[in-house]
Design a protein around this ligand. Sequence first.
Ligand code: DAT
Length: 186
Amino acid sequence: MLLPNILLTGTPGVGKTTLGKELASRSGLKYINVGELAQEGQLYDGYDEEYDCPILDEDRVVDELENQMREGGVIIDYHGCDFFPERWFQIVFVLRTDNDVLYKRLETRGYSEKKLQENIQCEIFQVKKLQENIQCEIFQVLYEEATASYKGEIVHQLSSNKPEELEDNINQIMKWVDQWVKDHNS
Ligand code: DAT
């Protein structure tokens, strides 16, 4: 059976992981968090002294994922999207969150990560990074990166402020997946 690949992107904290995992459990598609994949495989290329975190080795990430992406049925979660091959994805969702909501989420996450001392992805650890992520959302950096990297008609923005919106987004994507599967397997 042919299955689509879905990209979930957006600024850290917008809800990619929450949506991706829930979508995977309801649709049966496979969820892959690129940050975790890089951490597990140490897919890094050097170290960013300014941000005190390792630099993603984009080529190795792409190599690592290639076979699974070719098979299809994968949901990719990452706060970047310009280094993935365009042919990988049949649809791209850019999650968006209002600044005040996002600020609170990142602040809460920053505190808990500090407490746990598990500096996994270095996305939002420092105050500086928190502010940059807010700026990133204000200037729609990920939306622009997505529209520059993929055909406009497959890129969709999803509002991700409230639990009801999460539910709406899941339902909307599930419908799209069902239709895609019907269209490509008959
Ligand atoms: P990301 O993977 O984009 O970094 P996440 O899935 O870890 O984001 O979500 C960050 C926090 O926000 C987490 O505590 C769950 C919460 N959250 C996600 N989507 C939400 C929504 N639509 N409404 C309310 N809270 C949400």
